[in-house]
Design a protein. Sequence first.
Length: 107
Amino acid sequence: MKDDILQLTLLCDFYGGLLTEKQRAFFEMYHFNDLSLSEIGDEQNISPQAVRDLLKRTENKLIKYEEQLGLVGKRAALLKKITAAENLADGALKEMLAEIKKDIEVI
């Protein structure tokens, strides 16, 4: 469950700009601000079930974007390759790979 939430937040980091303003706002209220479905519903004057439905559609959309574009998976694969190269390298090359890895991790 915790891994699912981490995966969804990572997907939002990558694809959140492709969501509507409303989808992004509800996702952030629920996942980042830790508001309950009822709290969001009260704030937006809709039922908790409507909030849940919108969140589910938003989460499915993020998953679909990853299936189609694969940016999160490509990033993970690249970080894995850099780590393997770091383990084989030494000196200046190892330092350079570590810097590249840090740059990719903040993306």
